[in-house]
Write a protein that binds this ligand. Structure first.
Ligand code: HPA
Length: 283
């Protein structure tokens, strides 16, 4: 196992259990780890030599009860593409846990801390989000260039430091090149992370627009900060499944979000299949 410096937060017993459980299923061989959000899990279906471990088989891994989150970690091989033709070992986390389910920031970020400790080269976080830009049609994809954490908590413990945007510009460039080569529209913007689980009110959406957000969701910010503090480079993509409250007719519901995720799944998978071998070559 390649060691990164472990902070106090990274030495707790549950994290150690998770690290050793992941080592036993070969996670340390992965070059890239991906966390797939609501309705976006299909990317893992095309991996070669795939080995799936349900969260319940991994001691220390918190498990989600949200429909659309499969709750397993798949380790497998992605074929290379184009100029990046070497196959890449990847770890795909299908599903995540959220603060609104009652999990602590430490639990929400435990898996990404484990990926950092295992020496995995980079992390791609994905999520479903509401769109605040009236000039973007939905569903669509957005590279997260930065976030605004409105969740009222931080995952970082004493002694952990992070500054600047967690989303590195080098990985961002690779994502944009991959989007262009695969013919997928990829916007760039700022993700506002709220606690949920209620969708926003129209007034909250007006506020978020004023403070500079382009998309809104209920995840990702804690994981990005924890990974950044642990020295794990991060890229992130929001799948904008709906126009945010007040920008669309009628109330939002989780089933619509999952269905829109399915509609854009082909673009999303094509983008990842092109981007991941590029990312692997950089790390
Ligand atoms: N708001 C918050 N989270 C979301 C949304 C939304 O509109 N859509 C998908 N996740």
């Amino acid at each position: 196992m390649k060691e990164r410096v472990l902070s106090e937060r990274q030495t707790d017993g549950d994290l150690k259990s998770l690290i050793s459980a992941l080592e036993q299923v070969g996670a340390a061989e992965a070059r890239v780890a991906l966390v797939l959000g609501s309705g976006l899990g299909a990317f893992a279906d095309d991996l070669g030599d795939a080995q799936a471990s349900p969260f319940t088989d991994l001691p220390g891994m918190p498990r989600s009860a949200v429909p659309g989150h499969a709750g397993r970690i798949v380790i497998g091989t992605l074929p290379g593409s184009g100029a990046h033709d070497k196959p890449v070992k990847v770890l795909v986390q299908q599903g995540r846990v959220h603060l609104y389910e009652g999990w602590t920031p430490e639990e929400v970020t435990r898996s990404v801390r484990a990926y950092a400790a295992l020496g995995i080269g980079c992390l791609v976080l994905t999520n479903a989000a509401g769109g605040l830009r009236r000039d973007w049609s939905v569903p669509t994809l957005m590279r997260i260039e930065d976030h605004i954490n409105l969740q009222g908590v931080t995952a970082l413990g004493p002694g952990e430091r992070a500054s600047g945007s967690p989303y590195g510009s080098q990985l961002a460039t690779l994502l944009m090149e991959a989007a262009e080569e695969s013919g997928v529209t990829l916007h760039s913007g700022v993700y506002a992370a709220l606690t949920g689980p209620t969708y926003e009110t129209p007034s909250e959406i007006r506020m978020l627009t004023k403070i500079g957000a382009d998309a809104v969701g209920m995840s990702t910010a804690q994981e990005a900060c924890a990974a950044h503090a642990a020295g794990l480079p991060v890229a992130a993509i929001s799948c904008i499944t709906n126009a945010a409250a007040g920008h669309s007719e009628g109330p939002l519901n989780h089933e619509e979000v999952v269905e829109a995720g399915r509609q854009i799944a082909a673009d999303f998978s094509r983008l990842l299949a092109n981007a991941v071998p590029r990312l692997a070559q950089q790390v």
